[in-house]
Design a binder for this molecule. Structure first.
Ligand code: PRP
Length: 208
């Protein structure tokens, strides 16, 4: 098996991803919860793991800096990158929603939408034929409707706690999100056996 580079999203799903890789037989000795290291090799030196911001994983894979990426569907949809999505890993389950105050969608001909996902927001409202202005934020998006900066937000909801604690409600439910395995198109053509072997091992680990 040739060496393969896997870009792993940092953050809330990284522990589940590492556990899955371990169940599939890939062990990384020096991965600890609070490590600042960014590059890891498995014991057999078949996989080089690079730890990157979730939002950047599709870019690393599209550009060929990584053969494979493990990242949420939210970031895949937002990036619109040219790559293959091969496997649903089923963890990191959440959903895209439009949320706001109860009155947020009433009597407005044009909406201001705050989001970490402006492309997803734009696409959703375009499909509905509603013109919007997007405001790109990088976090604490729930604040925007509370302070009058936006009418609504498009964001991911997992437990619903952040919306609840800020007095916001779900106004529309959009796509279901989970962690996916993505592959660089050229790598899939040149390292087909290696990638298929890797995917098969992960599938078996998921079933087991
Ligand atoms: C995400 C998301 C919501 C929250 C939803 O933010 O943007 O704010 O989690 O989770 P919940 O439904 O379980 O409350 P994240 O925690 O990544 O923080 P951020 O605001 O810094 O982006």
């Amino acid at each position: 098996m040739a060496l393969m580079t896997v870009a792993l999203a940092k953050g809330r799903t990284s522990n589940s991803s590492i556990k899955l890789l371990q169940s599939a037989g890939f062990h990384f000795d020096d991965i600890e919860d609070n490590t600042r290291k960014l590059v890891f090799y498995d014991k057999e030196r078949k996989v080089k793991l690079i730890s990157v911001k979730a939002v950047d994983v599709p870019t690393y894979v599209e550009k060929g800096a990584a053969d494979i990426g493990i990242v949420g569907k939210d970031n895949i949809l937002e990036a619109q990158s040219d790559l293959y999505e091969l496997l649903d890993l089923n963890f990191g389950q959440c959903k895209f929603v439009v949320a706001g105050l109860n009155s947020s969608l009433q009597q407005r001909s044009r909406l201001t939408v705050a989001s970490k996902y402006p492309v997803v927001a734009q696409n959703h409202f375009q499909r509905k034929g509603i013109p919007i202005e997007t405001i790109k934020l990088n976090g604490s998006v729930e604040l925007a409707p509370l302070i009058g900066m936006a009418d609504v937000i498009v964001d991911i909801v997992e437990t619903g706690r952040t919306l609840r604690e800020n007095g916001l409600t779900v106004l529309e439910e959009l796509d279901h999100i989970s962690t996916r395995l993505i592959v660089n198109k050229a790598s899939f053509a040149t390292k087909t056996d290696t990638i298929e072997d890797f995917v098969t091992k992960l599938k078996k680990a998921l079933e087991g």
